[in-house]
Design a protein around this ligand. Structure first.
Ligand SMILES: Cc1cc2nc3c(=O)[nH]c(=O)nc-3n(C[C@H](O)[C@H](O)[C@H](O)COP(=O)(O)OP(=O)(O)OC[C@H]3O[C@@H](n4cnc5c(N)ncnc54)[C@H](O)[C@@H]3O)c2cc1C
Length: 540
């Protein structure tokens, strides 16, 4: 990935100079380059032939996130669509489409969300009906609310969509199924008959991710379009499935959304490390008093408090990411572990809240320079805005983790040892004491942060990266700000800050902000960036 970042194709400034459409096309080209170099593909997911490369794929996805989160998102969209095919296709379908997905001969989109439904996937409205006369399926969008929307890659590039829809035969709703739907004959070409592509622009970030929508009107699909691992329809329209009912088919259809939840966390962790680094570099030369008694922001104790906090939170994210990846690798192939996988990745996904905290703080700590697009932080911030609601809405994830904590009650028979474990036990005991076991939104958010801290501490125990004092500070910050625990002052000093700055240093190729040293004074005031205006002649 490092080599790629040095190529012209990955010149980061292009995002500011290109028209939007060209920037979108460039992002597709960058995705293809990453695939061509074998850095990422579906065979590296757990359960696939090259799962030994899972961790390195997460690393690459993390780096793309710090580079341009629109690129991470673009790749993720293709990967999730591929995962839907690999998990729900029959062995023949998997064989047939394997190379076009892993070698990206076709760009895929996954078409799940409907504009009127969002998270409520159980009630999606898109239908695929069996047409007896023509012995084929017909794909339809019955209402405006059923339009597929927020679909990455679909706007111009994707030639194939993996569509989640209800299968209907003779008026009977047989539940959720995945279909492989050709969208265009060639990348960037017109949509095929019956398909209207919609736009989701303008949007509030990740501009280069080609997010769009689709309305389907009587789109003919062959029988093989139905993913046949669990269900099939014969030439006479007879349906059979190894899954007993529509409810089970729904649960199975969305089980595919697990591993990709790590990518937003990896990307967010790298983005925070980059932002914390840029802030530290800026603070090292931004003077608060000139010579002879020169001081910079790094000499200001109040500033150090803020800087240390963003470093501690970036460290927390790195440890959380490592803990989640470690957990997925360890447990993927065990039955109880697989059951816990959703809760583990949902907990990690909620780390994206912390990402926004860090990016907002860094932007503020660099003042106006933090607001300059070339200085990277504000673009990271706007790009990561979406991270808290897509790939599993954070609040919804937190509620699911809270419900799981209540039903599993993991401290019923053992005593909590650490602070986050005690917080979890107290919350769960309180909830269980209530009629119906109810909890508030705020409680669920605290619970999921307790779970995060529990993972972070376990990761530190497994492979310590920092002295205990720094870990104690991290816990104190988490406790006061995320777990509603009493505040314990955290002492920030240059030694700890320099240590964390070194530990969390990003790849040099990712650092392009002029403000990292005082050469920004020249760059941002050079004539190339100045605007000349002819003023009207005065005094006539
Ligand atoms: C840039 C972008 C790219 C995307 N890419 C894709 C893609 O490629 N393919 C695809 O299929 N989808 C994609 N999505 C859709 C994404 O997965 C959805 O955002 C997600 O499913 C949540 O739906 P929603 O955003 O409509 O929010 P909603 O589900 O409508 O949620 C709105 C609010 O209600 C809350 N809420 C929701 N349900 C409940 C509940 N039961 N109880 C209490 N509160 C609740 C949420 O916390 C949230 O605050 C993308 C979205 C974006 C913005």
């Amino acid at each position: 990935m490092r080599d790629l970042l040095q190529e012209d194709l990955f010149d980061p400034r292009q995002r500011h100079d290109l028209p939007l459409r060209e920037y979108m096309d460039l992002t597709i080209d960058r995705m293809k380059a990453i695939f061509r170099h074998g850095l990422v593909d579906n065979d590296m997911w757990m359960g696939r032939p090259q799962e030994h490369a899972f961790r390195s794929m997460c690393d690459v996805m993390g780096l793309t996130g710090a580079f341009d989160f629109a690129l991470t998102s673009t790749i993720t969209d293709h990967l999730i669509a591929g995962s839907a095919l690999f998990n729900h296709g029959s062995p023949e379908q998997v064989d047939r489409y394997h190379d076009e997905i892993t070698q990206m001969h076709e760009v895929y989109a996954f078409c799940c969300t409907e504009i009127g439904g969002g998270t409520n996937l159980r009630e999606i409205r898109t239908t695929v009906s069996w047409n007896h006369a023509e012995q084929c399926f017909t794909l339809d969008t019955p209402t405006d609310a059923a339009c597929k929307f927020w679909i990455g890659n679909i706007k111009h590039a994707a030639t194939v969509g993996m569509v989640l829809a209800r299968l209907v035969i003779d008026g009977e709703d047989l539940g959720h199924h995945w279909f492989r739907v050709p969208l265009r004959n060639e990348e960037n070409g017109p949509a095929l008959p019956g398909i209207t592509i919609l736009s989701c622009d303008p949007k509030g970030g990740i501009q280069a991710n080609q997010v769009g929508g689709a309305r389907f009107t009587g789109v003919r699909l062959p029988r093989e379009a139905l993913m046949g691992r669990y269900s099939s329809v014969d030439a006479d329209g007879r349906f059979s499935s190894t899954l007993p009912d529509a409810g089970t088919r729904f649960v199975k259809s969305i089980e595919t959304f697990v591993q990709e939840r790590i990518f937003p966390l990896s990307a967010g962790a790298r983005a925070c490390e980059l932002a914390a680094h840029l802030t530290w570099r800026f603070a090292a030369h931004r003077e608060t008093r000139g010579a002879p008694r020169r001081r910079t922001l790094l000499d200001e104790p109040l500033y150090l408090e803020r800087l240390y906090q963003v470093q501690l939170r970036s460290l927390a994210l790195r440890l959380l990411e490592r803990a989640v990846v470690r957990g997925v690798e360890r447990d993927w192939h065990t039955d109880p572990g697989r059951k816990n996988m959703h809760v583990l990745t949902a907990t990690g996904k909620c780390g994206s809240w912390l990402v926004l905290d860090v990016l907002a703080a860094c932007r503020e700590m660099c003042g106006s320079q933090g607001f300059h697009g070339l200085n990277q932080i504000v673009t990271l911030r706007t790009d990561f805005e979406v991270n808290v609601t897509f790939a599993g809405d954070n609040s919804v994830m937190a509620y699911q983790v809270a419900r799981n904590a209540m039903s599993s009650d993991r401290f019923a028979t053992r005593t909590p040892v650490t602070l986050p474990q005690r917080v979890e036990k107290d919350l769960v005991d309180t909830w269980r004491g209530r009629q119906g076991g109810s909890f508030s939104h705020a409680d669920a958010v605290v619970l999921v942060h307790a779970r995060m801290l529990d993972l972070i501490l376990a990761e530190h125990d497994a492979e310590p990266m920092v002295p205990q004092q720094v870990m104690d500070d991290l816990v104190a910050d988490f406790a006061a700000h995320k777990l509603r625990e009493p505040h314990r002052p955290v002492a920030a000093d240059r030694e700890k800050i320099d240590f964390l700055a070194e530990l969390l240093a990003p790849l040099p190729e990712l650092v392009t902000a002029p403000m990292v040293d005082d050469s920004y004074l020249t760059e941002l005031t050079s004539s190339a960036r100045s605007v000349s205006m002819t003023l009207p002649v005065q005094g006539r």
